[in-house]
Design a protein around this ligand. Structure first.
Ligand code: NAD
Length: 495
């Protein structure tokens, strides 16, 4: 047997071992016996080195013209494109989602990298008249400094790219800590940036746990920006620990996304959307469709079609092209799903399909769970209110659009929502009244594109947005500049 590959940290332009000299395993959730490699078990000493490197690199990176920074990003995007298939296959092995979806994840990183490369030539400010004569006013974007980036496992290349690329194009330097379940995809992204010519110290990669790497990174005195994507519980901790230091903090957290199906909807289209929204990425998307509110007039028709289709889904190893849904990420997530299914039964929701771990044969090698639908759910049930992050969806009957919107908004999260209707009035009311950062019409709750703002309201986010030019607002600060060419003292608001 060949020994597993050892992947190192990337600090100050070098691939280095962690200070502890220890490593952790990255395993395939579809075949627990398959080891993808060993990654560095880092701690605060490695964070210290990475932040020091980012600090040293910052002054010259800040001064490199943004279009030149963009050229490096263009090269990186082209390399990602060349390696898309390899990276997608490695990602399926690393976290389980099917190949079509991991190709989409890598494509999102490609799109984001090209998009932000282009922003190198578009960091437009404003020019505006002054209230005084012979005085000129303008605004420019300024970089902020060192960014600490902490990412989850469900979009293991896309989410790191959402943070790294806008941070870099604005002139910041970064330290990224990927999720422990998916260090390889972020590693691949960083390796591509190195090959594309990123100067040493500008991008640093430190693998390890949330407690031993994430915490010292976000609390480091020299880190000015913290961008976190993950659960609301950890996001709250991040928020509380950085508040006293006034760091800039972007939090992208949990979701409990709703799809509304009206009585005038194209029902087959709604079922297609429900299936993709609920069971894509095995329900482990922040934007997953986890609640479906269906008008009572079409409730039984919808349920009949949806349950039939869910039962027919092929679950297995995501590398098999005939498979439609892969495994859960790990044993812990599988247990969480099992616990919520017990809760759903106790709450007297009707279990309509699934509801159990898949066992026997190849299923015993991984963390497989059947696509699960609960029907006749009440809006207050825990399975309707709390994020499960697995292939479990709650269907809730409603009498009217008003009631459907009220149910849709009755959770603490506010990431994504959708409505299926052929009535333009219904569509526009949902667009206006859903309290979510993203609204889809006649499409499921998933499918964000990189040139639109991404993020949520309420306990999903803290008011910032990722992707699009909105990301530039987070990774830069506005500087207002006044140039007086009158050759005399002029006093604003006084003269
Ligand atoms: P998580 O909160 O457990 O972990 C996220 C990251 O934070 C990981 O890198 C983890 O190691 C790190 N971390 C954990 N504890 C930490 C601590 N005390 N200090 C600093 N860092 C710490 O989330 P997860 O299980 O990796 O991902 C699933 C969650 O992410 C779900 O709630 C999902 O909705 C959310 N998510 C949100 C979005 C979004 O854009 N809103 C996108 C994807 C996932």
């Amino acid at each position: 047997m060949t020994p597993p590959r050892i992947y190192k940290n990337y600090i100050d332009g070098e691939w280095v071992e962690s200070a502890s000299g220890q490593a952790f395993e990255n395993v395939n959730p579809a075949h627990r016996g398959e080891l993808l490699g060993l990654f560095q078990k880092s701690d605060s000493r490695d964070v210290e080195n990475a932040v020091a490197a980012a600090k040293q690199a910052y002054p010259s990176w800040r001064l490199m013209p943004a279009p030149k920074r963009g050229e490096i990003l263009y090269r990186a995007a082209r390399l990602l494109l060349e390696r898309k298939e390899t990276f997608a296959e490695q990602m399926t092995r690393e976290m389980g989602k099917i190949l079509d979806e991991t190709r989409g994840d890598v494509q999102e990183a490609i799109d984001m990298t090209f998009y932000m490369a282009g922003e190198g030539r578009r960091q437009f400010g404003q020019t505006t008249p002054s209230e005084l004569q012979s005085k000129f006013c303008l605004t420019v974007r300024s970089p902020i400094g060192i960014c600490g980036l902490i990412t989850p496992w469900n979009f293991p290349m896309a989410i790191p790219s959402w943070k790294i690329m806008p941070a870099l194009i604005c002139g910041n330097t970064v330290v990224i800590k990927p999720a422990t379940d998916t260090p390889l995809s972020a590693y691949n992204l960083v390796e591509v940036l190195e090959e594309a010519g990123i100067p040493r110290g500008v991008v640093n990669y430190v693998a390890g746990s949330g407690g031993s790497v994430g915490t010292p990174l976000m609390n480091h005195r020299d880190v000015r920006v913290v961008s976190f994507t993950g659960s609301t519980a950890v996001g709250r901790e991040v928020s509380q620990s950085v508040v006293a230091s006034f760091k800039h903090v972007c939090l992208e957290m949990g979701g409990k996304n709703v799809m509304i199906v009206m009585d005038d909807a194209n029902l087959d289209l709604a079922v297609d959307g429900a299936l993709w929204g609920s069971f894509g990425t095995t329900g482990q998307r922040c934007t997953a469709t986890s609640r479906i509110v269906v008008h009572k007039k079409v409730y039984h028709d919808f349920i009949g079609k949806f349950v039939d289709r869910a039962r027919a889904l092929r679950v297995g190893d995501g590398l098999d092209p005939s498979v439609q849904m892969g495994p859960l990420i790990n044993e812990g997530q599988l247990r969480t799903v099992e616990e919520y299914v017990v809760i759903g039964k106790q709450e007297a929701a009707h279990l309509l399909s699934g509801g159990g771990r898949l066992t026997g044969g190849a299923y015993d090698e991984g963390f497989f769970y059947a696509p699960t639908i609960f029907g006749d759910c009440a809006p207050t049930m825990r399975i309707v209110q709390e994020e499960i992050f697995g292939p479990v969806v709650a269907v809730i009957p409603a009498d009217s659009l008003d009631q459907a919107i009220e149910i849709g908004n009755s959770v603490v999260y506010g990431l994504s929502s959708s409505i299926y209707t052929r009535n333009v009035n219904h569509a526009f009311r949902a667009m206006r009244d859903m309290e979510t950062g993203i609204v889809y019409v006649n499409a499921p709750t998933i499918g964000a594109e990189t040139h639109l703002p991404f993020g949520g309201t309420k306990q999903t986010g803290n008011g910032h947005r990722e992707a699009s030019t909105a990301a530039l607002d987070f990774y830069s600060e506005w500087k207002s500049i006044y140039v007086d060419f009158s050759d005399k003292l002029q006093r604003a608001q006084i003269d």
